[in-house]
Write a protein that binds this ligand. Sequence first.
Ligand code: GLN
Length: 556
Amino acid sequence: MNTRYVFVTGGVLSGIGKGVVSASIAKLFQFRGYKVDMIKIDPYLNVDPGTLNPVEHGEVFVCEEVWRFEPARGYEFAIAEIDQDFGTYERFLDANMHPSHNITSGQVYLTVILRERTGEYLGRTIQVIPHVTDEIKRRIRMIAESCRPDVLVVEVGGTVGDIEAMPFLEAIRQFRLEMPPGYTALVHVTLVPYLRTVGQQKTKPTQHSVRELQSMGLQPDVIVARSDDYLTEDVKRKISLFCNVPPEAVISDPDLEVVYELPLVFERQGLGRYLARLLRLERVEGDAERIAEWEGVVGLYKSPRDFVTIAMPGKYTMIHDSYISINEALKHAAAHQGLGVKIKHVDSERFEEDPGLVEEELARADGILLTPGFGSRGVEGMIEVARYAIERGKTFLGICFGAQLLFVAFCRYVMGLKGANSTEVDPGTPYPVVDLLPEQRGVATKGGTMRLGAHDVYLVEGTRVYEAYGGQKVIRERFRHRYHIVLDYAVKARDAGLVISATDAAGRVVNAIELAGEAWVVGVQFHPEFKSRVVRPSPIYAAFIRAAYEAKKGGK
Ligand code: GLN
């Protein structure tokens, strides 16, 4: 096995873009024609992030496959909901990531504890070292063996010094010791703040976090320094001296308008060459054609000829990361049409107190994207948004919950079904037009139990959705839901001007709806944003942006 490993750790602060750094490093190896793969380690104790609040943790990403995680004989859990960094990896690398590549402390401890119960360690005391660390190393090796990448980039979540991350760092220390020289590299990502009062970039936090890493037996090979601007030569020399890495291994990670440019910024600083040499890879230089291709794509994002404004009402607007795949999908769709997108996040809960705000907030947008979500808080405001789109013929795309609420608004305000709702929001509604999927009725446990992963979607000819997908009859998109638009009601709604644009193979699950007539108002039960890529926008997002731009030019 010749797989090389690049471990990426973080220091000083969380949220400094370690995911983007990791994906960009992987991209450098793609520039050299190598097969890359990624692992993300999340030190929290949840088995997967599926049960986490998006406001606390950001978006939950859904991958193509559902993984049957079997921690011990007789136990099985479905995992398809993974960390949002996998969205970054998929977008940068244009590759599908497998859910088993998101290793959490929860999974590791569960495995070790259940194995103890099934008698696998009979007679022994189970300890963090070696049992937990062995399990971590086993998982990493298992992925390398099954995927056989040339380079496996392993991002360690959290920051060095977190108690939860200790076993992982210890496992990495052992792993590096066990591998021959030239097979592993350690990249440490830190923050170099600029202090305006003294007009200087400060290296002390970096020095401290590297010292912390060293105290655990880990010496970084490369330091990537997140900062407003490029590091000065002076600062690079200082970091080099105090952190024990050569100056050419101190790399700037400045603020960028387009994050997709980061691999190019790294390439220009020689990081690809440096890592390739360190890992004793044959191809040290990046392939000019591959690099130029990426430069061309990034160029689309850097020089839009015009803008579209998209309003995004939702309930998790406090942090924009909650909708990161949607934000990026909108950018991909716009960039490939020579456009930039201005996204206006709007808190839908405010519409409940003052419905007059809907018009005020949304009139100037060229299109409205109604977001996914769960529970009942803020939902009446979201329904008001859908009503506004239906009544004004405003360009509209509803995603999952957003599609369900479009249907609720249609039933209430076009068909006159007063009090129509989703049973998730109002269990006692007289018109349960959105209800639990039949197979969800017996499901009591949370975590990996929704309808997840990619499923075939059958498109209905002649619809906007069919058109958006270029006339394909069957597509595959990713899902994450328990509730669905009830077919009987959707069929009844047809007479009032609703079109069922997609279903599952059996025609049982309504997968997309739209309004008949002039307005571009569409709702999809799936999450097309999870398959949108920097190089290849999601077709339905592309059609939405096109319609929004036409509305803008038409003065609608
Ligand atoms: N809460 C809805 C459901 O479970 C929608 C989920 C979502 O938007 N991802 O069906």
